[in-house]
Write a protein that binds this ligand. Structure first.
Ligand code: COA
Length: 145
């Protein structure tokens, strides 16, 4: 993936999918795996959960398969599934450069910030406080479907 994705993650996804907690979407190129994302029906982020807005998480496309529309196709399918249950889809991205492609992709697809500012590990950040710029620092966005 470029980023490590342990096999356990996919076992967990399948178990949670069997319980109806999420939908795991997998993109394939021929017989091979190209990428995936998960639609989490009850988001861990309070800003989405309180409004019953499902969250698209963990969108990843294998580095060699990028810029061929696979990420967009995964998002389109996730949005189709969410639209059956919700008027809005939610998504988040990290703030450092490795998330740069996702930042551009989501905004070009019509996702706009949810208006609650940046969060660190699910909590709103406080002005003047120091936080590490890591995967915990996230801006959440919404799209009206
Ligand atoms: C984000 C990611 C899923 C995009 O997948 P992808 O299959 O390459 O996306 P697409 O081919 O559908 O790209 C659609 C558009 O997004 C934008 N985009 C995608 N990658 C980009 C990049 N590296 N730089 C700038 N814009 C980019 C472009 O506008 C692109 O359209 P174009 O190719 O016609 O210019 C992929 O880059 C990835 O796996 N990144 C690492 C993991 C990650 O950050 N996941 C998101 C977690 S929030």
């Amino acid at each position: 993936m470029g980023w490590s994705k342990p096999e356990r993650l996919f076992h967990d996804y399948l178990e949670r999918q069997a319980k109806g907690e999420l939908a795991l979407l997998v993109a394939r190129a021929g017989a091979g795996y190209s990428g995936h994302c998960a639609v989490i029906w009850r988001s861990p982020y309070p800003g989405f959960r309180e409004r019953n807005i499902p969250e698209i998480q963990d969108l990843n496309v294998r580095p060699a398969h990028r810029r061929r529309g696979i990420g967009s196709s995964l998002l389109a399918e996730a949005e189709r599934r969410i639209a059956r249950r919700s008027e809005y889809a939610g998504i988040g991205f990290g703030l450092y450069a490795e998330y740069g492609a996702a930042q551009r992709l989501y905004i070009k697809r019509g996702y706009v910030p949810d208006g609650r500012g940046v969060h660190y590990n699910g909590e709103p950040v406080s002005p003047g406080t120091r936080y590490p710029v890591d995967d915990g620092l996230v801006l959440y966005l919404l799209k009206r479907l």
